[in-house]
Design a protein around this ligand. Sequence first.
Ligand code: ADP
Ligand code: MG
Length: 510
Amino acid sequence: MVLGHVIDEADTISALAITSSKLKLGTYTILEYDGYRVLGLITKVSRGSPLLNGSIRDPDAAERISNMRSNSSLKFPEYTTVRVKLLCNLNDPDLLQPDLPPPPGTPLREPTDDELSQVFSNGDLRLGKLVGSDTEVRIRLRYLTRHLAILAATGSGKSNTVAVLSQRISELGGAVVIFDYHGEYSTSTMKNINPIQPKLNPLRLTAREFATFINIRENAFVQYRILRSIWNSFKESLEKEKKEGEMKLPSSAQEFVERLKSLVETQSESGKKGSKDTVAEVLNKLEDFADTYSSIVDFNAKDVVDQLKLGQVNVVDLINLDEEAMEALVSHYLRRILENGKLTKSAKLRGESHNFFPVVVVLEEAHVFLPRGGSTLVKFWASKVAREGRKFGVSLVIVSQRPKGLDDNILSQMTNKIVLKIVEPTDKRYILESSDNLSEDLVEQLSSLNTGQAIVVGKIVSIPAILQVDKFDGILGGSDPDILGDWRRAREERESTLQVGRRISQIGDL
Ligand SMILES: Nc1ncnc2c1ncn2[C@@H]1O[C@H](COP(=O)(O)OP(=O)(O)O)[C@@H](O)[C@H]1O
Ligand SMILES: [Mg+2]
């Protein structure tokens, strides 16, 4: 059925059309001309009547003309004009944008289900449905290595999107690692969860990494030399113990630091290293290390890459860690995952086997770890993953409700984006500036999205899509708190404790 016709001059990006149908905003249409079959999206709708145009200055005349509408024997002349954004040529195997504009008079028709599926359902993983349609939106996982940012205001559906994505990747046999800032995934009913204890084995740290954790700056050469020297002697002493058959690993961060401190003292007594002040400084920093990182230091912890499981959602629960410990842990894990990706690649090139596999790493509350300005260790490793991960099968997914607080360099390297509702103008502008494939008209729509509705751009989709993300069919730990229910439960608990107390005191009276 013909819905309308192109009028006025069109270009290869958009066309104006006139119609008597009630075409709605955000719906799709097809324009066929000169061998092209172009899918268009309606981005603007206006209605008018030549009898009541903007030049009318007589209110009585306007009323008399308007009364014609209720007179069924007269046909009231009315029209709708629509702005159609030309998305892609369906006759082109690469679904490129048309390079010839539609001529005036080109008819508009409804797309068939097959035509919509050809564009939106050609991926491997279902994320949801096109808004206002039953067409599935499926994403192409091979392009996830170009990384992904999931951005939206709080409560708009980011965690739900992460849960749907992770669960389905694991069902397809892939591996996801979620850094679970709020402990919402580890306490969820997601299938295939492999919990990973947030532990850091100091033996796997490089001297430089260790120096950064204890706040020895890049330019503090003497402090670094002292630390590197005791760090190496400590490792040598363990090696020696191992050879002798009785390796005594420190059982806590405190014990570890005590052993390092005694090494500093022996070395400074023998007059080898640094002035008194510098040595004292290093000792202080070691003590701070024991205080700050006692929750995550574990000399028996397995390497994170040996704990990752294929076909599972590997969840690292960060909820009980303070910011410094989180920072240390996330940066160290990112480094190990990237390094293993590299080893796998070079082993593959040499025809050797290696038991590491591609991994999708999800970083929740990314603005905390990757802030704009300033340099953090997580930022260093995340940038490296963003730059090099693609070659080594490591994809990064960053999730944030404060896009403008994110490092712009990293954000612009997340070439795929799933953006849910955002109202804040500076956030919208910032996202627009950091994305080549997100146009202004799409960003405009962000404020009017409902919960779970999202715009997807980037190579994971053939063309930008506005979709309703599926609802995760389970429970996430971080859903909006049931505040009334919590009050009622607290009251009931208190009442039952009081009753027990009363009963006990009655027994006492007997
Ligand atoms: N696609 C969706 N369909 C239906 N409900 C959703 C959808 N996405 C989120 N919700 C609901 O909205 C609420 C907030 O979602 P959540 O994913 O926690 O948001 P965010 O992580 O952005 O703060 C939850 O109660 C969730 O169940
Ligand atoms: Mg969330």
